[in-house]
Design a protein around this ligand. Structure first.
Ligand code: BJW
Length: 234
């Protein structure tokens, strides 16, 4: 049995990371087009760096850790892999590292990773835990005055192509079980993955409430991810 899991901001909400579109979500107080588009970055890179630096700091604070949902998914992968009965891929739209911290191994971060930056020129990735809004040396160009301009957050903004789409399409077409957890079903192409699964695939949605993608699922489990994910798996 091949298993494909898609997670969104709702799975990390109970770990203390705000979602995007719920009340008190991340977009409150920020115009999306200012901080999550290539045009916004070109207009005001400092504002964008400040936005991601604040989120990097928060992600690294000691109070943020994986919750029962992240941990259950990691256990599920381990058990499934040990049985050698099929593939297990966890696709996350989240840019936090909580799945990895929980022990998930086969994780595809389709919207990028908060703790990485990318050189605009070379495309090279660097682990990054620092503040890009201060004078931080670029690993490649330590003496270059304009070095900050070379780096951008390794995230997928609106209008950019998400990562790993070929692998996701293949996993979706071969999945026997598709589970979506804590995603609003508003952002494409992630919201369309459910449509690319085969008719015989069991499709389960875990969310606090209905989403525009809900009609495409066969089963709807309503409640907190930290409760519903462990319940489904055990
Ligand atoms: C809980 C819970 C708890 C809370 N337990 N549940 C039509 C078709 C195709 C594309 C488009 C289209 N129309 C427009 C587009 C383009 C656009 C798009 O989709 N726009 C829509 C807004 C309409 N898409 C793009 O631009 C994408 N690129 C693209 O399409 O390229 C073209 C292309 C595609 C394919 C092939 C070739 C070319 C790129 C999208 C990039 C998204 N980037 C962001 C920012 C990442 C960096 C950052 O974090 O700053 O990604 S936007 C933001 O939204 C972030 C998220 O990953 C993403 C999804 O949000 P998510 O995870 O669903 O969170 P929320 O807050 O929306 O929902 C939380 C949910 O959890 C809620 O439902 C709650 O109920 C629930 N919940 N607590 C269970 N405890």
């Amino acid at each position: 049995m091949n298993i494909l899991v898609l997670t969104g901001a709702g799975i990390s909400a109970e770990s203390g990371i705000p979602t995007f579109r719920d009340a008190d979500g991340l977009w409150e107080g920020h115009a999306v087009e200012e901080v999550a588009t290539p045009q916004g970055f070109a207009r005001d890179p400092d504002l964008v760096h400040q936005f991601y630096t604040a989120r990097r700091r928060s992600l690294l604070s000691p109070s943020i850790c994986p919750n029962a949902a992240h941990i259950a998914l990691a256990e599920w992968e381990r058990e499934h892999t040990a049985k050698s009965v099929g593939d297990f891929l966890l696709v996350t739209q989240n840019i936090d590292d909580l799945h990895a911290r929980a022990g998930s191994a086969n994780v595809l971060a389709m919207h990028g990773e908060l703790l990485k930056v990318r050189c605009v020129e070379s495309g090279k990735l660097f682990d990054w835990r620092d503040d890009l809004s201060v004078d931080t040396p670029h690993p490649d160009f330590p003496d270059d005055e304009s070095r900050r301009g070379w780096l951008r957050p390794h995230v997928v903004w609106f209008g950019e192509v998400p990562l790993g789409l070929d692998q996701i399409a293949q996993a979706a077409s071969q999945a026997d079980l598709f589970l979506a957890v804590g995603t609003s079903g508003l952002v494409y192409p992630a919201a369309g993955i459910v449509q690319s699964t085969k008719p015989s695939c069991r499709k389960i949605e875990i969310n606090l409430g209905d989403t525009p993608a809900s009609p495409a699922f066969d089963e709807h489990r309503r409640g907190q991810a930290s409760v519903e994910v462990p319940k489904l798996i055990r």
